[in-house]
Design a binder for this molecule. Structure first.
Ligand code: SAH
Length: 250
C-alpha cells in the first residue's frame, strides 16, 4: 500500500467551512496528526488513529507524519484555517528538506482552508478589498524589531493589514506596543476590526476607530484587521459594513 500525506486546513471553526477536498482526505485517512485542539475537531471513527500533540512541537510532529507516510499510512496533518498561513505546511517542508532524501519521493499535497483573516473580513464586509498584507504579531519565531519594521513599512505603503496571533498570555505586551505604534503614525479614525473566534459559538466582532482600540480587545482567538487610510464604514441598524474601495487615486 502506498501512503500519502495531506497537509490540510480545517478553516476557522465552523464545520460548514471545511472544504470538500479536506473532508475527503479526512474520510480516507488512517492517521490524523496535529495540535490537540485541532485534532479534536476531527470526527472519531473506526480505523482512524488520532495523534494530538502540544503546541510548538511542529517539527517533531512533521517528522512523525512523514515517517508514517513512508510506512504506507494515509496521513492528514491538520491546521486551523489554511495550513500555509502561519501553520503546519511550512513546518512539514522544513522537515522534508532536513530529512532523508527518500522523503522527497513521498506523495505530499497541501489542501487549502479558509484562513482566519478571510473569515473575519467576510463578517464585516470587504476590509481587504484592495491591497493588504498579513503579519504574525508573535515574536516566537522572529525578533520584535522585525515586526515593528514591517508594521511601519506596511503603514507607509498604506496596506490594509491582518494581524494573526495578536496577543497571548505568554506575550501580553506585544500587541499594546503595535497599537501604540499605529496610534503614533495613523489618523485617529483609522478603522480597526477585532474579530474573535469567528465562525464559532463564541464569535464576537467589534469595529472601532483606532483612538478607541485597546490591547485588551484582542486575545489569541482574535484576528485584528486594520483598514487602509481610505477604508470606509457604512453605518446602519445593527453591525456596520466596513469596506476598502477597489480603486485608489487613479
Ligand atoms: N493557519 C491559521 C492561522 C494560525 S495562527 C489560519 O490560516 O487561520 C493562529 C491565529 O489565527 C490566532 O491567534 C488568531 O489570530 C487567528 N485565528 C485562528 N482562528 C480564528 C478564528 N476562528 N477567529 C479569529 N481569529 C482566528
Amino acid at each position: 500500500m502506498s501512503g500519502w500525506l495531506v497537509i490540510a486546513g480545517l478553516g476557522p471553526g465552523d464545520p460548514e467551512l471545511i472544504t470538500p477536498e479536506v473532508q475527503h482526505a479526512l474520510d480516507a485517512a488512517t492517521d490524523v496528526v496535529g495540535y490537540g485542539p485541532y485534532v479534536a475537531r476531527v470526527a472519531k471513527r473506526d480505523g482512524l488513529r488520532l495523534h494530538p500533540s502540544d503546541n510548538r512541537v511542529e517539527i517533531d510532529r512533521s517528522r512523525h507524519a512523514l515517517e508514517m507516510t513512508a510506512e504506507g499510512r494515509r496521513v492528514v496533518v491538520v491546521s486551523s484555517g489554511d495550513p500555509g498561513v502561519f501553520a503546519m505546511a511550512a513546518a512539514v517542508f522544513e522537515a522534508v528538506e532536513a530529512g532523508p532524501t527518500d522523503w522527497r519521493t513521498l506523495d505530499i499535497r497541501v489542501a487549502p482552508g479558509i484562513t482566519a483573516m478571510l473569515a473575519a473580513a467576510a463578517r464585516v464586509g470587504a476590509p481587504l478589498g484592495h491591497d493588504f498584507c498579513a503579519i504574525n504579531l508573535s515574536d516566537n519565531l522572529k525578533p520584535w524589531s522585525l515586526i515593528e519594521r514591517r508594521l511601519r513599512l506596511a503603514v507607509e505603503a498604506d496596506f490594509a493589514m491582518a494581524f494573526y496571533n495578536p496577543r497571548s498570555k505568554a506575550r501580553p505586551e506585544g500587541f499594546g506596543k503595535a497599537l501604540a505604534l499605529l496610534k503614533e503614525i495613523c489618523a485617529t479614525d483609522r478603522l480597526i476590526v477585532f474579530a474573535q473566534a469567528v465562525s464559532t459559538p463564541d464569535e464576537d466582532i467589534r469595529v472601532v476607530p483606532l483612538v478607541q482600540a485597546t490591547a485588551e480587545m484582542a486575545d489569541m482567538r482574535t484576528m485584528v484587521l486594520v483598514g487602509a487610510s481610505n477604508t470606509r464604514l457604512i453605518p446602519r441598524d445593527g453591525a456596520p459594513i466596513v469596506y476598502t474601495p477597489r480603486s485608489v487615486g487613479a
